[in-house]
Design a protein around this ligand. Structure first.
Ligand code: SF4
Length: 356
């Protein structure tokens, strides 16, 4: 049963106008447009940055002329970069209309040099979470599918990885991806295509603040990415204080939406819980969280993220002792808990700050 609740987020975010990006087109669409050569091959040329030269696909004259007749071949450009001591790079990318978005490149210092890329889905965000710098910006517009894919290709062409088999994607940058579901899902279709990056959908995670109507729609789409939920409170009163989405879809409605997701075998949810000192970090909060999760409290991922303090929010990080006690309380209930320090904390750029 799809949610029939009306919300401020039913109104679509503003869209970019102009020609479609060549990087958001699937092979069938290239063919339908009259591609002069094999459309799958042209798609591969566009989507595999390890074969590019100087940050640009090597297309050949007739392919380039064909694409330029109807599409935009420009890519988001790296405008600013801050590198952390842990190897994380926070990047501001400039779009063709001058707007900036933020992408985070996080290499893991292990063999095979795997990279997780945290990507944006919108310029700004309409959800208004009070602990978030992006939320303080408001919504400027949706990214197109071509811009979402383009930010990944653009960063890969400069920073790697040199093959998509070592890349994991998380939609946890600027924006609420389910508020831009059409472009986000088209981007996922492009990213998972076997003639392109060919990233398995199980290596793509979409993180939502709890837009239940979007969760219900995404549940039915294929390819379907993994779902992460930004929870951040254990009572409706507290959650509504920090996350306005909870005033429309409260914790009970959100929990019911997870039951209709239709988990596959071995598929796990990720629950993110930003720990805010004095707001959501008591033992009682931990107990209520477990009660809310019910059967999902075991076998799924629960990430505790101590607040990354920044000027746009008055919240603070709890003490080490409180973080540990909260984590231990959850573990005592059998939860699989990881305390995640935001990568790149020392560069002092919370999500969204760099792109401003
Ligand atoms: S936390 Fe996510 S959903 Fe909330 S305002 Fe920030 S970007 Fe938007």
């Amino acid at each position: 049963m799809l949610s029939d609740v009306s919300s401020p987020w039913d109104a679509p975010a503003p869209e970019k106008v102009g020609r479609p990006s060549a990087f958001g087109l699937l092979p069938g669409e290239l063919k339908a447009r009259g591609c002069p050569n094999d459309a799958n091959h042209l798609f591969s040329l566009l989507q595999r940055p390890w074969n590019w030269a100087d940050g640009t696909p090597k297309l050949g004259k007739d392919n380039r002329t064909f694409l330029e007749s109807f599409a935009d071949l420009s890519l988001p450009k790296m405008d600013e970069s801050i590198e952390s001591s842990d190897g994380t790079q926070k990047l501001a990318l400039r779009l063709t209309d001058g707007r900036r978005i933020e992408t985070v490149h996080m290499p893991r210092v292990v063999k095979n040099a795997r990279v997780t890329m945290c990507i944006s889905s919108q310029v700004g965000c309409a959800m208004g979470c009070t602990f978030c710098a992006t939320g303080a910006m408001g919504i400027l517009r949706n990214l197109t599918a071509g811009e979402i894919v383009g930010q990944i290709l653009s960063v890969m062409s400069v920073l790697g990885p040199g093959t998509s088999s070592r890349l994991t994607l998380v939609f946890m940058g600027m924006g609420e991806p389910l508020h831009n579901l059409e472009h986000v899902h088209r981007a996922i279709q492009v990213l998972t295509h076997t003639s392109g990056l060919n990233i398995p959908a199980r290596r793509i995670t979409v993180s939502t603040s709890g837009l239940v109507s979007g969760i219900e729609k995404l549940a039915k789409l294929r390819p379907r990415p993994l779902l992460a939920l930004s929870l951040n409170a254990s009572t409706d009163e507290a959650r509504s204080r920090t996350m306005p989405v909870n005033k429309v879809w409260n914790l009970a409605k959100l929990r019911a939406a997870l039951d209709t997701w239709g988990l596959r075998s071995n598929e796990k949810f990720t629950f993110e819980y930003v720990l805010l000192a004095g707001e959501n970090d008591t033992d009682e909060d931990a107990d209520r969280l477990v009660a809310w999760l019910g059967p999902l409290s075991r076998g799924h991922n629960l990430n505790l993220i101590p607040m990354n303090e920044h000027a746009a929010s008055d919240f603070h990080e709890p003490s080490e002792a409180r973080i540990q006690a909260f984590s231990d309380r959850l573990k005592g209930h059998g939860c699989f808990v990881t305390v995640r320090r935001s990568r790149g904390r020392d560069v002092n750029a919370a999500c969204g700050q760099l792109a401003k």
